[in-house]
Design a protein around this ligand. Structure first.
Ligand SMILES: *Cc1c(COP(=O)(O)O)cnc(C)c1O
Length: 410
């Protein structure tokens, strides 16, 4: 033991003859197939395996939703739609991708602050569940109901009076732009009934990137209790009870993979309680990152190897503009390294301390800061692991005018 924290092992991809295997193909061969670097590759098999392991840990009655904000690549959404019970979208653009992918509209839900009138109309026409987050949305939907002659399906997104402890990003509790404060909800439920909307349930999302099973369990229990209290004011029985998600993946040295087993055991108790408390309700868990994050890699090619005053820099053709979060600029307070390796030198060769940077003319363009890596040079392929979520779509691809990255599902 060296004492210094290390990255959790990346066991989702095999190594053969000194190369990382992604989608069953050695990395250099995959790069040849893609035709250019940089690219993101998402491994179908790893996605399928992750959903299967979560199904094994969760009670069968729990509905598993994919929050496609994490990765909206259409082919990936199509693959996920075939594995999960529903898709959660956060814009009309995402709604289109989900419907194109073949998701059942009845199992699609639409959340997010500031839904435009046109988006609400599209979602109502599609027949998806709209998680309303403001009184204005209810007023607009009443007009849409009259115009289209349908009763839009709505759930209420609740801003609870508690927080999800230990989350990378908190999205509930205290003053928030998300959801509606719990204090205002009884009154709002009356309006939903009075205006002829089809009330179907509650949505509570506490936050994101949590690696503590106890915190997630506590938040789910509190969300359940709160929903039960609110259900007494509802104009119709609760059919969907979305308790959020927040399950994280290990990115940084010292972080460990989250064990889904205790979360599943707790959900089994909630399912049992709901059988008598809310007999028509399905419990929904919505996950983005946890389902897709570990199945993706970002691959970039070394253009230059420079030594500056004794420090080695591998200058690559990819960087911050494709992978903002690996550069440390997507909400992180302190920059830490993602797990990175030289995918074309995955054997036991010599190692050195090197930094991996991109081609952008800014010091923020950093993919690895003084990491232990295999000795590499021009032509080698650098792999950034844990890149299946909040990658390409969450990065400023136009910044500095370099080519866009390619995304493949393999
Ligand atoms: C962002 C978001 C998610 C997905 O979060 P992950 O950390 O990727 O699991 C789920 N639900 C809502 C409402 C979100 O805003």
């Amino acid at each position: 033991m060296t004492g210094a924290p290390v990255h959790a092992p990346m066991t989702q991809f095999a190594v053969k003859d000194g190369e990382l295997i992604v989608g069953g193909v050695p990395l250099s061969r995959l790069a040849a197939r893609v035709g250019r670097t940089p690219f993101y590759a998402y491994d179908r098999q790893a996605l399928t395996a992750r959903v299967a392991s979560l199904r094994a840990a969760f009670p069968r009655a729990v509905k598993l939703h994919y929050a496609m904000k994490a990765n909206p690549m259409p082919a990936l959404v199509g693959h996920m739609a075939s594995l999960v019970d529903g898709i959660d979208v956060a814009s009309a653009g995402e709604l289109k991708i989900a419907l194109d992918a073949g998701a059942d509209p009845h199992e699609v839900s639409f959340a997010g602050p500031g839904k435009r009138d046109a988006e609400l109309r599209q979602a109502a026409a599609a027949g998806v569940l709209i998680n309303v987050e403001a009184m204005r949305e209810i007023v607009v939907l009443e007009d849409v109901a009259r115009e289209l002659g349908i009763a839009p399906r709505v759930a209420v997104r609740v801003n609870p009076d508690f927080e999800l402890k230990g989350s990378g990003m908190k999205m509930g509790g205290g003053p928030k732009q998300f959801g509606i404060d719990v204090e205002q909800i009884p009154e709002l439920l009356v309006e939903i009934g009075r205006r002829g909307l089809a009330f179907e349930g509650f949505h509570l999302f506490g936050g994101s990137q949590n690696l503590r099973a106890e915190s997630i369990r506590d938040a789910q229990n509190q969300a359940y209790d709160l929903a039960l209290r609110l259900a007494g004011h509802a104009p119709a029985p609760v059919r969907f009870l979305n308790l959020g998600g927040g399950m994280g993946i290990p990115y940084f040295p010292g972080e460990q993979a989250l064990d889904a087993t205790p979360i599943g055991a707790n959900l089994a108790q909630l399912v049992e309680r709901a059988r008598s408390d809310l007999p028509q309700a399905s419990i929904v868990i919505e996950l983005g990152r946890y389902l897709v994050g570990e199945a993706g890699v970002y691959v970039t090619r070394v253009i230059d190897r420079k030594v500056s005053r004794g420090q080695v820099f591998l200058v690559t053709d990819g960087g911050l503009h494709h992978h903002l979060s690996a550069s440390g600029n997507f909400g992180q307070v302190v920059r830490k390294n993602y797990p990175v390796m030289i995918g074309t030198r995955a054997g036991d060769g010599p190692r050195e301390t090197a930094s991996v940077v991109g081609p952008l003319c800014t010091p923020l363009d950093l993919l690895a800061d003084r990491m232990s890596l295999a000795v590499a040079g021009p032509g080698d392929l650098v792999v950034v692991f844990q890149s299946g979520a909040y990658g390409a779509s969450a990065s400023p691809q136009r910044f500095l005018g370099h080519p866009d990255c390619v995304e493949v599902l393999v």
